[in-house]
Design a protein around this ligand. Structure first.
Ligand code: GP9
Ligand code: MN
Length: 664
């Protein structure tokens, strides 16, 4: 027995078999790869083989015992990559890409999230490495010190590459242009496996950095032609109605539309938000067919999309990978056109999502990050400050801003894994047995209460009546991984069609002097926010490169691209290449027109990527009034010796002794 394994080749094959088996088991158990036919099922099983042969095969070039050590090292690294993806996937329903990896700040802050995503049973995923090490130690003396003939590793690599070619050939036959159209990472993992996906992702990223170097001023023309052609003229009745009004933009973390008017245990989950939607006296206009369109960048994508009307990138977060680009962002436009001061409020530290860098490019005047708030232990949970103290402490900061202002309040407590201290929970959890889903309703309730408190405070401080207030959900809170529990909540099976419909997020507007329009069913996305705001202020969106259109315009284009190339119109939805009738949810055969629409969606996404990857706005001048934003003019953070922003008035109750405000 021992003799069999002392052969380096046998040890190698044991390692290959174990890694192959483990990878396949993980694909099946952990990832939701949506296998549609026999070829896909076979490839899912087959794809780890070539990676195991090729990567582990390199170890065979080493001499004697070292070959064994290298096999173990490479195997451990590949296992680590695989497991890191498992943990990442459990939360994000997605795979790790190079840009998300370089965002170590973000990973670090995930803290409690990461722990809650790991199970003790995951130990089985390390068993193969343990077996290899044990085997290696057991074989210690018997291991031959000779270098095996080079022919063997070369043969192994050739076999590995042949296996890969067969794999790729079958994949391309089942899914043409798999590697060209990279909107959906799930496909690449399904067909080629996680290891090849990681390599592919690295190559893609190197390519995109070279895109900036290669881009020139001609490239912007193509984008400009597209967005100008898509532009929708303003609704004359609303154009300029909000000129000079303060704007308060409220980011509802992880808030999906299904929560509106949803009842759990016979109780409304979000009675306050429901009252804004249902009570005409509140004068809100509620859009119930808005989709989030975000990707891996999550919150950061939602911020990017709403302020710039450009899509996030298919991989990673543009906030990080395109953080030094030139932008012509809403805060800068309204500052230059109408003298608006812009401020972001958020109970997390400024470096998260690289905000402290990219906000400078957006021309955001002040960033009230965690360093301005009382972050003592009882106030903080999960990612940062609880929403109630957040809103409460924000009031004096808001009051201190030069008017008119554009204030972006970003909530945080309603964030996975949806933890709310017992004493703050005012609704019982749901009872699906899926923890994230069950407590989702409790943090949603807490957010709703925090909002009510904020609205009351705004009224008291005289900031409510005359301000534009708009609220939006940033992205989904319950991912596909929780389809079983979600099915129980919604009372129907979550099919791919239904899942797409669940990507709705609420969007609500209150515009001073304009009667609330109740519930409006226009289809749109977060991409449409910036042009809508510009037109309310009386600034024509036409001058700027914006991929969305004014939601109040009669010419608004009602197709909503998702970042992965899926899209939704009022009549039908295109999900993973299949078309569905919105009314029945049944599959339909696409008409010419639908296929054309699909091409347009892909083109729009491609142009948006081109704009960001080529940093093309550096070549664009919107009009003669435009002054490029100078990032060196901005500085954020309430640190000693730094005077980032001076409040006009002393807040009534200074927060502890940390000198949170610098008083003029
Ligand atoms: C962190 C917060 C959460 O500051 O905005 O971001 P998300 O995880 O939703 O992208
Ligand atoms: Mn978010």
């Amino acid at each position: 027995m021992k003799k069999v394994f002392t052969s380096k080749m046998s040890f190698f094959f044991v390692a290959v078999m174990l890694l192959w088996l483990k990878s396949y088991l993980i694909y099946v158990n952990e990832f939701n790869l949506d296998i549609k036919n026999g070829v896909q099922g076979f490839l899912l099983f087959f794809n780890p083989l070539s990676s195991a042969l090729v990567f582990l095969g390199f170890a065979l070039f080493a001499k004697g015992r070292r070959a064994g050590i290298w096999i173990i090292i490479i195997d451990a690294l590949m296992s680590f990559l695989l497991y890191a993806n498992v943990v990442y996937y459990r939360f994000n329903n997605d795979y790790i890409t190079l840009p998300t990896l370089t965002q170590t700040d973000n990973f670090g802050s995930l803290g409690s999230s990461i722990a809650s995503l790991m199970n003790w049973t995951d130990i089985v995923y390390a068993l193969d490495v343990v077996i290899l090490i044990a085997l290696f130690i057991w074989l210690k003396k018997g291991w031959s010190t000779e270098r095996i003939s080079r022919k063997k590793p070369i043969l192994v690599l050739i076999i590995g590459l042949i296996a890969f070619s067969i794999n790729l050939g079958l994949a391309e036959a089942d899914r043409p242009e798999l590697l060209k159209r990279t909107f959906d990472r799930n496909y690449i993992v399904k067909y080629l496996g996680i290891y090849n996906f990681t390599l592919y992702d690295a190559v893609q990223n190197i390519k995109s950095s070279s895109q900036r170097v290669l881009a020139d001023s001609d490239d912007i023309t193509e984008v400009e032609n597209y967005t100008k052609n898509k532009y929708a003229e303003p609704n004359p009745e609303l154009f300029g109605v909000a000129e000079g009004k303060n704007i308060i933009k409220i980011h509802l973390e992880s808030f999906q539309t299904f929560l509106i008017n949803y009842e759990l245990h016979g109780e409304e989950v979000t009675p306050f938000l429901n009252s804004l939607v249902n009570d005409p006296e509140q004068d809100f206009t509620y859009f119930d067919n808005i989709f989030h369109q975000t990707e891996q960048g999550k919150t950061a994508d939602a911020e990017l999309i709403t302020d710039n009307s450009v899509y996030g990138l298919p991989q990673g977060s543009a906030f990080v990978t395109r953080g030094t680009n030139t932008y012509q962002s809403l805060p800068a436009i309204i500052n230059q056109q109408q003298g608006y001061t812009s401020a972001n409020f958020h109970g997390d530290y400024k470096s998260f999502w690289n905000r402290d860098e990219i906000y400078k490019q957006f021309g955001i005047d002040v960033y009230f990050d965690a360093s301005y708030y009382d972050m003592s232990e009882e106030n903080v949970i999960n990612y940062g400050l609880l929403d109630k103290p957040f809103f409460e402490e924000s009031i004096p900061m808001l009051e201190s801003l030069d008017k008119p202002f554009y204030a972006h309040m970003m909530t945080l407590t309603h964030h996975h894994p949806y933890i709310v201290p017992e004493e703050l929970a005012t609704i019982d959890p749901a009872e699906t047995g899926d923890k994230s889903v069950d407590t989702y309703f409790q943090t949603a309730r807490y957010l709703d209460e925090a909002l009510e408190q904020f609205f009351n405070d705004l009224k008291e401080s005289g900031q409510y009546e005359d301000s534009v207030i708009f609220l939006y959900g940033d992205h989904y809170g319950i991912s596909k991984n929780h389809n079983r529990a979600m099915g129980e909540i919604i009372g129907e099976e979550i099919t791919p069609f239904k899942n797409a419909q669940l990507q709705r997020v609420p969007l609500l507007f209150k515009i001073p002097g304009v009667e609330g329009m109740g519930t409006v069913h226009t289809y749109g996305g977060l991409i449409d926010v910036a042009p809508t705001i510009l037109h309310l202020l009386g600034i024509d969106a036409q001058d700027y490169i914006l991929f969305g259109t004014d939601l109040f315009s009669d010419h608004h284009k009602e197709f909503v691209p998702f970042r992965n190339g899926d899209f939704i119109t009022p009549e039908y939805s295109a999900v993973s290449g299949t078309f569905y009738d919105n009314k029945t949810g049944e599959e339909i055969k696409p008409t010419e027109e639908m296929l054309k629409m699909k091409e347009e969606v892909l083109r729009e996404l491609e142009l948006s990527d081109k704009l960001l990857n080529g940093d093309l706005l550096r070549f664009y001048t919107p009009n003669e009034d435009w002054t490029p934003v100078d990032p060196s003019q901005y500085r954020y953070g309430n640190e000693t010796g730094v005077v980032p922003y001076q409040l006009e008035t002393e807040p009534e109750q200074p927060v502890d002794s940390r000198e949170p405000y610098i008083i003029k």
